[in-house]
Design a protein around this ligand. Structure first.
Ligand SMILES: [Zn+2]
Length: 75
């Protein structure tokens, strides 16, 4: 029996744009020589819903985002 390393814990998908997000500390970062920030944040909205979003999408959200604002990013 072969044990496969699961990498799903190291990467997740942005709930808005669907892009794969590398979590800081993941192995992939070792080979990424560019200093740009990769990753995302779990955003909890005022209505209690949670979205995991990449920084690109977070930057496009208004100050007090609503579920509609997140939906708009999916376009
Ligand atoms: Zn995104």
């Amino acid at each position: 029996m072969v044990a496969h390393h699961r990498e799903t814990d190291m990467a997740s998908q942005c709930d808005a744009c669907g892009r794969e997000i590398q979590i800081a500390g993941g192995v992939a970062n070792l080979w990424d020589s560019t200093p740009r920030q990769t990753g995302g944040l779990t955003l909890e909205l005022a209505d209690g819903s949670e979205f995991f979003l990449c920084y690109d999408c977070i930057e496009q959200l208004p100050e007090n985002p609503t579920r509609d604002d997140v939906d708009a990013l999916r376009e």
